[in-house]
Design a protein around this ligand. Structure first.
Ligand SMILES: Nc1ncnc2c1ncn2[C@@H]1O[C@H](COP(=O)(O)OP(=O)(O)OP(=O)(O)O)[C@@H](O)[C@H]1O
Ligand SMILES: [Mg+2]
Length: 591
């Protein structure tokens, strides 16, 4: 175990806002650390300091001479027209076979590797960036909210990658399930102090809670003792015989100190627009084709979304969720067919990349003033800003210096100040800390309007969705029913689909396989042996089938990525075994 990097007595402030206040931390090689803290605590700022992009006001960062930092870039480093493979070769200077090999770890093959990288969806581009990162062979990876914009599959892939990665990582994330699946240590930044905890996020949160409860108990005892001593002192101070005793008690009293209990940081409070509930269809799509001039994403879409529904749009990265949303809100023209909104629908949109949509030079207050309805008083705007935790001097900050979570919060505030009866939210939970996502969920559950949203946060989806629209393989389908119903339906599809695939595989491999002995040519003994083997195999198939069904059910029920990955791997192994067994059964039956 060697020290990779030390942060000593670090101080950093912006104006009167203190981010680091005598913070210390040590990063050791091979250790994976989840970096947590509320929105605006200063996590990204500390990462920028570690990368040398920002200076501390005081204190030091001491790197080991062998430290090689790898950083997952948020902006796109690609050149126009470049393929993923070209980019990897250019970026890393490694030979193409090496680039291809590492890319393969992220399932980057064929058109994904050789087609123009700029045309890939966000999730696939992240895979390319991860491969590039690895080709530089870093011994410390810094990742700032890597799961934003990743679909569940890419998230699981990233978890897998991080678990197999043998070097150190420092990962900023608000996604506790992701941190739990990838990190063994937790680094917390609260009120300017760093705390390294040698355990996973859950254990850390539990530890924090227990420590606070312990402090509260100790304080209660101390306060009781203080009262008792004070009473004694008051009573006996003046007495000739008791004054010296009172003085000694006074000394005892002076020594008794209560521990300062940290109160929770305030949480953002959100309130969705108050609108009249309505009935009937909010939007209808008839034979809609969506896509771009030279690229069709999905066609034959027939959809109807009722007023008051909260529809989740799901699908892997690149399948077209954002394209569908953009077409629905009219920022992209349909290639064919049409989108019809009901009378009086007022649509408020929350775009996926908040960074690009906010005017960077405006201040928080100017932005809110510009977004508010005419007639909104200054006081109302300030109250709204305060509810979203922009207080005092904070409201005069320029948007360009806001943290990821603060920008997301501001965008959301702009939207909620309106009177929209339809909210279209593309990944609204990205960048927000757990407490703020919770506040948003509460607000949406009380909202009487219609919500169309995408989210890769399974908890959020489960809480909010009343129906699920899946975009996949060039089609969009409305699964009428909540997220659980969708998972059930998907489970069944996977089951049925795999069984069919296995049967096809068995049939296809047969002609090239070893020719089986014609049944007629077998002796009686051989016959018996054959029948026994067939019976055994049938039992095995039934058993494997049942196990697989149970695992699939668990997989779809779980919201813990750690567990999901384990189940996924188990199912893969089972499917393979099942495939082999079915193949053998076909062989023995001469089919
Ligand atoms: N140049 C600057 N001038 C003034 N304030 C700044 C500047 N840069 C950052 N800040 C403020 O410092 C605070 C910390 O920002 P930082 O981006 O480090 O937060 P974070 O912990 O990464 O938050 P999040 O979870 O939202 O990403 C924020 O309140 C931000 O507004
Ligand atoms: Mg940040």
């Amino acid at each position: 175990m060697a020290v990779l990097l030390q942060i000593q007595n670090a101080h950093k402030s912006y104006g009167d806002q203190v981010l680091l206040d005598g913070a210390d931390a040590t990063l050791i090689d091979d250790v994976k650390v989840g970096f947590v803290g509320r929105n605006g605590a200063g996590k990204s700022t500390l990462l920028r300091v570690l990368l040398g992009e920002e200076e501390l006001d005081a204190g030091e960062v001491l790197p080991h001479p062998k430290l090689r930092v790898g950083y997952l870039r948020q902006h796109d480093p690609f050149l126009p027209g470049e393929s993923a493979l070209d980019f990897l070769i250019r970026d890393s200077g490694q030979p193409d076979w090496k680039c291809g090999e590492i890319a393969g770890q992220f399932e980057l093959k064929g058109a994904y590797l050789e087609g123009p990288v700029a045309e890939l969806s966000g999730g696939w581009q992240t895979r390319v960036k991860l491969a590039a990162l690895l080709l530089h062979e870093p011994n410390l990876l810094l990742l700032d909210e890597p799961t934003n914009f990743l679909d569940v599959r890419t998230q699981i892939l990233l978890e897998h990658f991080l678990r197999n990665f043998r070097e150190a990582c420092l990962i900023v994330s608000h996604d506790r399930a992701f941190l739990k699946a990838t990190c063994t240590h937790t680094l917390d930044l609260t009120r300017g102090k760093l705390t390294m905890y040698p355990g996973k996020i859950d254990a850390f949160l539990e530890f924090q809670k227990e420590r606070r409860e312990h402090d509260i108990r100790v304080n209660a005892t101390v306060q009781a003792k203080q009262k008792q001593l004070q009473r004694f002192i008051d009573k006996n101070r003046a007495g000739a015989n008791t004054a010296s005793q009172a003085r000694s008690k006074q000394k005892q009293l002076d020594r008794l100190k209560t521990t300062e209990i940290e109160i929770d940081d305030p949480t953002a409070h959100m309130r969705a627009p108050i609108v009249e509930p309505r009935h009937g269809p909010a939007v209808r799509c008839e034979d809609l084709t969506i896509g771009y001039p030279d690229h069709e994403v999905a066609s034959g879409i027939i959809l109807e979304i009722e007023h008051g529904e909260r529809a989740a749009i799901v699908g892997d990265n690149g399948q077209g969720k954002t394209t569908l949303l953009r077409t629905l809100v009219g920022s992209l023209d349909p290639k064919k067919g049409n989108v019809r909104w009901g009378y009086g629908c007022e649509i408020g949109t929350y775009a996926q990349h908040v960074y690009t949509t906010l005017p960077k030079d405006q201040t928080v207050l100017e932005y809110l003033e510009y977004k508010a309805n005419p007639g909104t008083t200054n006081q109302q705007i300030l109250a709204m800003a305060g509810a979203l935790l922009f207080r005092n001097a904070h409201v005069h900050k320029k948007i360009s210096v806001l943290s990821g979570g603060e920008r997301a919060r501001l965008c959301m505030a702009g939207l909620l100040l309106g009177t929209y009866n339809i909210l279209v939210l593309d990944e609204p939970g990205n960048h927000l800390d757990v407490e703020t996502v919770e506040a948003l969920a509460e607000a949406l559950l009380k909202y009487k309007g219609t919500v169309l949203f995408t989210s890769h946060d399974r908890h959020f989806m489960k809480r909010i969705a009343t129906s699920v629209i899946e975009v996949r393989d060039g089609q969009a389908k409305n699964y009428m029913g909540d997220y659980d119903a969708y998972l059930y339906a998907m489970n069944k599809e996977i089951d049925d689909g795999e069984r069919e695939l296995n049967a096809r595989k068995a049939a296809a491999t047969k002609p090239n396989g070893k020719p089986s002995k014609p049944v007629a040519e077998l002796s009686e003994k051989d016959h018996r042996k054959l029948r026994k083997e067939i019976t055994n195999i049938e039992r095995k198939i039934a058993r494997l089938d049942e196990q697989k069904r149970e695992l699939n059910e668990k997989l779809l029920a779980t919201t813990d990525p750690d567990e999901a990955l384990r189940l996924h791997n188990e199912i893969e192994a089972l499917s393979e075994e099942l495939g082999e067994a079915e193949e053998r059964w076909c062989e023995l039956n001469g089919t």
